[in-house]
Design a protein. Structure first.
Length: 276
């Protein structure tokens, strides 16, 4: 039997893998070959995720990394992550891609909850109070959104009409140019700009025009897009939790945000809060 080179703490993860290949159990060897052939970046996955991707048990993962000389999976993962960072980002492996795209309702709902939690956690109570007060006091409110964003503008209009009896414009309306929607905006009015996916140059110009007229601007966008200068800027986590879902526009967090904002506005009108 050939003599195996001694392993040290600095021995790269893949080198350890190759040196131990002949001494692994059949299940562990299957796991090792999958990592070598794909390759799977160990640093990108928890032990449970790696077990799911490679179709082995968590116990196999634990035995596997200990046989490679690591005290724990986290120790192996830490080294693999450092090596991956040094080498540059690897593309998502086919096995991981297939796992990420596999339908899993539990992962879907968990991802949606995390996105909503991240969206709402950014908004201090004082900001919610000030936005609610501004909407309640505004003589005129205009919501603007193109494409999927227009549904958010329509939701804002419907909820404010139901909750406060306010007449709200959800632009663009049929046969009406966008410029007409903001033509009469002035001091204390509010323009709510829905810009998930970014702001087009025409909308950017309209936002500047509204601010120059004295209107307050509330912009709701995603975490990646550039936003115009606004009195309030709210960013929604809209990232797809699986690559296959990337073409879908996820406005769920934004819709919840709109409902919460209107609900808070209705409450503010019933019992005005002390603004900071």
């Amino acid at each position: 039997m050939p003599i195996q080179p001694a392993l040290t703490d600095s021995t790269p993860f893949l080198a350890r893998l190759r040196q131990h290949l002949d001494r692994l159990s059949p299940t562990e060897k299957k796991l090792a070959l999958l990592i070598l052939d794909t390759p799977i970046s160990l640093g990108s996955y928890s032990a449970s995720e790696l077990a799911q991707i490679t179709d082995v048990s968590n116990a196999t993962i634990t035995r596997f990394v200990r046989r490679l000389g690591y005290e724990s999976y986290e120790a192996a993962r830490r080294q693999a992550r450092l090596e991956a960072d040094a080498a540059g980002q690897l593309p998502l492996p086919p096995a991981a891609q297939a796992s990420a795209n596999a339908p899993n309702s539990r992962n879907l709902w968990q991802a949606q909850q995390e996105k909503l939690r991240a969206t709402l956690a950014q908004i201090p109570p004082s900001t919610m109070d000030n936005m609610a007060a501004a909407l309640h006091r505004a003589p005129r409110i205009v919501g603007i959104g193109l494409g999927a964003n227009h549904l958010l503008a329509q939701q804002l209009r419907l909820l404010l009409q139901q909750g406060l009896g306010k007449t709200v414009c959800a632009a663009p309306e049929a046969g009406q140019p966008l410029e007409a929607a903001i033509a009469d905006l002035g001091a204390r009015d509010v323009l709510v700009l829905f810009a998930l996916g970014g702001v087009s140059p025409p909308l950017l110009a309209l936002t500047r025009q509204a601010r120059q007229a004295g209107a307050q601007v509330l912009c709701i966008t995603d975490t990646a897009s550039t936003a115009p200068t606004s009195d309030w800027l709210l960013r929604c986590d809209c990232a797809a939790h699986a690559p296959v879902l990337a073409p879908l526009a996820d406005t769920s967090a934004a819709h919840t945000l709109v409902y919460g904002l209107v609900a808070h506005t209705v409450q503010w009108g019933a019992t005005p809060f002390e603004l900071e």
